[in-house]
Write a protein that binds this ligand. Structure first.
Ligand code: GLN
Length: 205
């Protein structure tokens, strides 16, 4: 399989490595520019986007990563990773760096600060049965350009934290080689989203 890196500065790195291996990729950690240059694709894990942004700077990965994304390397961001990939973030820190790659605006911690997490079964474009989605202090996509393909939205379930404001919000997207989910498929044992990403890295999807 292809060599897929997981950015390993912070966040739930191990879970992504395992999900990638189970999806037929060779998975490896990425902490340095030299390691980044070796991989065929990269996962930006969940964690804390402000911290990851700062560490990208400290590890001098910001420019190399932007360059590879611009050159078309497939990237998948989950949760904090989705935030990093968006062109713009609301409720972020002033000095938070955006990698770009997704022509959209995300809102951090969008579903409310009181309730940290919730779960929902979502319809996901290109995946046959519903995907069980785990949201942890998750962002949502506030708005997206027409270049961004919407893959999943939360339902109108009043149980979803954020209530009416949250209903129907976009929580999974793809723009060319860039994939992102506001939730964490790496935590559920369901590898279909990672499988989709590995297919993208292989050029099959
Ligand atoms: N709230 C986090 C952030 O702003 C994301 C949470 C997560 O990745 N589970 O980066």
């Amino acid at each position: 399989g292809p060599l897929v890196g997981v950015l390993a500065l912070q966040g739930d790195v191990r879970e992504h490595l395992a999900a990638l291996e189970r999806s037929g990729a060779r998975a490896t950690t990425v902490r340095r520019a030299a390691e980044l240059s070796e991989v065929d694709g990269l996962v930006l894990p969940g964690g804390e986007s402000t911290t990851m942004s700062r560490l990208l700077d400290i590890f001098e990965l910001l420019d190399p990563l932007r360059e590879r994304i611009e050159a078309g390397m497939p990237v998948y961001g989950s949760c904090a990773g989705m935030i990093l990939l968006a062109g713009k973030v609301l409720d972020g820190r002033e000095d938070q760096h955006q990698l770009g790659g997704l022509d959209m605006i995300v809102r951090r911690n969008a579903f409310g600060r009181q309730v940290d997490s919730f779960e929902e079964d979502l319809e996901f474009v290109g995946i046959a049965d519903r995907v069980h989605a785990v949201f942890i202090r998750a962002p949502w996509v506030e708005s997206a350009s027409s270049e961004v393909e919407v893959l999943a939205r939360v339902g109108d379930d009043p149980q979803v934290p954020g209530g009416e404001a949250a209903a129907g919000r976009i929580v999974a997207v793809r723009q060319g080689p860039v994939l992102a989910t506001a939730f964490h498929p790496e935590l559920t044992g369901d590898t279909r989203v990672h499988g989709l990403f590995v297919e993208m890295v292989e050029g099959k999807s």
